[in-house]
Design a protein around this ligand. Sequence first.
Ligand code: HT7
Ligand code: ZN
Length: 844
Amino acid sequence: PQTVYLKDYAPPAYLVDEVHLTFRLAPTATRVLSRIRFRPNPESSSRDFFLHGESLTPIRAAIDGQEVRPDITEAGLTCAVPDAPFTWEAEVEISPETNTALEGLYMSRGMYCTQCEAEGFRKITWYPDRPDVMAPFTVRIEGDAPVLLSNGNPVGVGEGWAEWHDPWPKPAYLFALVAGDLVAHRDSFVTRSGKTVDLALWVRPGDEGKCAWGMEALKASMRWDEARYGREYDLDVFNIVAVDDFNMGAMENKGLNIFNSAAVLASPDTATDANFERIESIIAHEYFHNWTGNRITCRDWFQLCLKEGLTVFRDQEFTSDMRSAAVKRIEDVRMLRARQFPEDQGPLAHPVRPESYQEINNFYTATVYEKGAEVIGMLKRLVGDAGYSKALDLYFDRHDGQACTIEDWLKVFEDATGRDLSQFKLWYSQAGTPRVSVEESFEGGTYTLTFTQHTPPTPGQEEKRPLVVPIAVGLLSPNGDEVVPTRMLELTEARQSFAFEGLASKPVPSILRDFSAPVVLERAASRAERAFLMAHDTDPFNRWEAARSLARDSLIATIREGAAPDADWLEGLAAMLRDDTLDPAFRAQVLALPTQSELAQALADRGQTPDPDAIHGAVEGLKDAMARHLSDLAPGLYDAMRVTGPYAPDAEQSGKRALGNAMLGLISRRDAGALAARQYAEADNMTLALAALACLLRVGKGSAELAAFHERWKDDRLVMDKWFALQIAEAKPESAVETAARLTEHPAFDWKNPNRFRAVMGALAGHHAGFHRADGAGYALLADWLIRLDPVNPQTAARMMTAFQTWRRYDAGRQAHAKAALERIAATPDLSRDGAEMVGRMLG
Ligand code: HT7
Ligand code: ZN
């Protein structure tokens, strides 16, 4: 396969002034007619006319009304064209029903829908399918579906047809079309300049009761973007459609967002609090793309973080404002460590702005998204809130309607704040997680912190340079008072000292507050010091971090030398749980242990080969110890967290349920599931029911409840995904693979549906000890299914291949099994470009 390089970027030879499309819908023979006004690009010296196009059956083509016979290849066409503006017309035939890759125009249970990012439009018609070609689109849809939707504003509708016009120039990846038997949940929003926007959330009949939350989230997002970023919506309508078969969470098509049903549909009895929170943030994310992504888009796909990092950062800010900022920061860092750190520390490491790819779909990664957002958070910390606002205002003013680069983005910060960002820019080009170590000294009232930074090599990048690392530091006196409030230190050298003068006694430092940079902080703080920070730090993130690192070290000590659980940590935990001034959601976060995969990495970092069974055993042992140590406290706290009144998925209620369910988890370890059985029987919402069912399965009970759950929800696909996933997640390490294998035989295991495939195979990959079983059965089962899925849906198969990315961490036996599984995938005849690139990088 061909590798595409950032350095080879060249502007398009032709620009597009307008696009007219007509769709004559038919499941296996849809006709797409295009009329496109092209003109030579004055910025390009090339006059080669090339249009992308894949899997299209050509019917006819014409230039300025004259039939032409272009040279057609597998990737597109070339044609002789006039050296002046001209009109291109073409007709092609495509087959949405047989399009199982869910890219381009496809069908999901009788409904037509599209997914064009990144390069799906070329499966719809011939076009310069690259984000720096932007044009207004007019779309006519002809078909017998009752609802026919496309981007922009409706301009006409009749029996069997509808016409849409999107006046905002956009790249083809933002094109969308939906046609089907849908019903609307409607509302409206009045923008701050007084324009009324008609809002609709389109779903299948029967799903009307799951729309209210998504609509509220949309209105909250629209309000927030006006208030916080001064960004107003710019069309008369905003449509969202829920689709069952979808490769990712959602897609920000202009005026017509398309969502995976799982990322938008929710009701108290079918969705958990976590689902509600995720839906709120995805709705916000896609809505925010209207400005950061759509009005200002990417010049090329190497600049993906320009829209994704920024939009993730904005959705994180939104959730912080809507809920608890401290809890949101903890959740985001947990996610970063669980998903991005392994990527950055393994064979798939790549810069936030990659420099080459074979298949761009493989670069919608945690590095581009989550680390991309962290980079923006650091920029904001460095320039301050006012500098950030000024830079963003300039960004929107200067670049509205353009396709931009990271250079454009950084230049607005330089121009708005006067800062030189040349060293900061390294965050975009240098892969890998920096490691920052700290030494301290105290002499004559001066406390000095000396930081050393080092980024380990990553594939293709042996040498690393020092980065600009904002390190937020506060100092506490030994009695717990804050003697130096948070100060932002800027580490720019490989080794650098910072002094704090005039201190009466040696302080306790609180370093990397609010997780001010995406680094691994290597600091040999004593257990006593961390217990002190756990009790006294004024920075909630670092309070949580102190607790977390004590738990991690306790687990590591158990794994390495069979040590008993850290009694000081258990005592500190009890004190925090008893502290009613602390938000229940925060207390629930303090109870969450590091993931088993994180522990494996922590052991590997300390030079020890991780043993998944020993890790699993240590975690179970620590949970038992927590259950014992907190046994007096847990029942009272469980009762205190009971919510009365109608269910609401807000921060307050969901925090209480999170802490209550955490207590239930501990209590179940000692009452053989009696309380969990009661909670399950009495539950009037999915959050309580699912947590209770999980506790029952964990203690080897719950088969009757599991069967009843199935009976009640067998017709609800989203709830059934939970039913599948839960059984694997709660299986014992020795039976997780068999449980997954058994579930693949279940008649409801519709493996071509990405949600269902992920429910089973994703749950297996997420079961650390189960997936990494010593006999390689976990690797083999996943490989079997990836080989089967690859020709059907390469995108979803390739994403799931990342389950293997840590394979080199483990012992020789496991490595041999994992390597054999990867080689088997690599040797599959006609393996997709997506799959070939992923296994190639992991084996490389
Ligand atoms: N911009 C979108 C990324 C995307 C996608 C979405 C759905 C299906 C396939 C996709 N490929 C790329 C989603 C987002 O970040 O908002
Ligand atoms: Zn996005």
